[in-house]
Design a protein around this ligand. Sequence first.
Ligand code: ZN
Length: 307
Amino acid sequence: MILPRTVQVVEVGPRDGFQMEKTFIATETKIEIVNALARCGFPKMEVTSFISHKAIPQMSDAAKVIAGIDRSLGVRAAALVPNPKGAENAAAAGVDEMVTFVSATESHNRSNVNRTIAESLAGFKTVMKIAREAHIQVATGIAVAFGCPFEGDVPAERVAFMVGRLLDLGVHAVTLGDTTGLATPPIVARTCEHLLKLYPDLKLSLHFHNTRGIGLVNVFAALELGITTFESSVGGLGGCPFAPGATGNVCTEDMVYMFKELGILTGIDLDELIKVARRVEGVIGRPLPGQVMKSGTRSYRSPLPKH
Ligand code: ZN
């Protein structure tokens, strides 16, 4: 079995995680955490969302958070843009990448954004135009790509069809989201193999949720297919506010720990990342699902018990 030598880990906690939090996290705290994460060595981070203040008040400071990023750390700052207005604001704020999203199924798209898939894709055209004029790349996340809480199985052909439409629109990368944790290794293999056969040059990343406890197993299944970009969130923060039963993302430090033990390079300082995860837990004020942040890595030694 040949696994990739290096992988890219994209941290999404500040967006996918914080957006779930009811209590407003101070802008300075968000900036401090984003920069602490950037210092751990992430090549790219999904920092915030340029969504309407009414829809998600937690993200109302998006432009300020982008402005607060220490650019000397070299992290690529991505932000979610749900519509052309968000794209205008994201461009004005100086994001490095815009991320749009659409669901693989009509019923999930309807429940998520109250639009048909066709309407979402039509909106992307305007977003693409705004991004192109600002020389900003656009990536798209396809939600419920490995299973839908309303419609069940999502055929690989369906996902490939969506990817084709997105590439036609000019998106430069695609993320498959396992929004409610319905992916399993055979589904990951079937979907990704089909996609990579049709689009061998596709810049593909995967975004798993650990809803049923097999998030890292799915990551491993994807590694075996040669996939090298994974999204995750510090401490296992997050979920999707509009998807029933969608609990946390795959935990970043647990995933980085697994990569490290497999001899796969990430460029991420795991010890520093564990410190940030503990800090984030303090900010959130409740235990996070991350495991390695509690146990420490294999190199941690417990003190001998006193007799
Ligand atoms: Zn997520």
